[in-house]
Design a binder for this molecule. Structure first.
Ligand SMILES: [Zn+2]
Length: 84
């Protein structure tokens, strides 16, 4: 009985190791990986730029206000624009 369980665990470990190998090869040795990293870089820089208000300086992501259009705005700019 324990041999069957051990065989099952080893099979799952083999599948996980194979999937990890495919992921590592895909991300580090193919043009697809470079494209994905470039997209991640763009998102990271865009997110950092959205958090940095040109008037009030950097803000935490959780403090930003999401407008109806989907854009993010500094809470102080939102107060000034909406409530005067
Ligand atoms: Zn602001």
């Amino acid at each position: 009985m324990s041999v069957i369980i051990l065989e099952g665990v080893l099979f799952v470990a083999l599948i996980a190791a194979g999937a990890t190998l495919v992921y590592v090869v895909l991300m580090h040795f193919t043009p697809v990986g470079v494209r994905l990293r470039q997209t991640q870089n763009r998102r990271r820089i865009d997110r950092a730029a959205e958090q940095d208000c040109p008037i009030h300086g950097p803000r935490a992501e959780k403090d930003l206000v999401r407008l109806a259009s989907g854009d993010l705005m500094c809470p102080d700019c939102y107060k000034e624009n909406v409530h005067g």
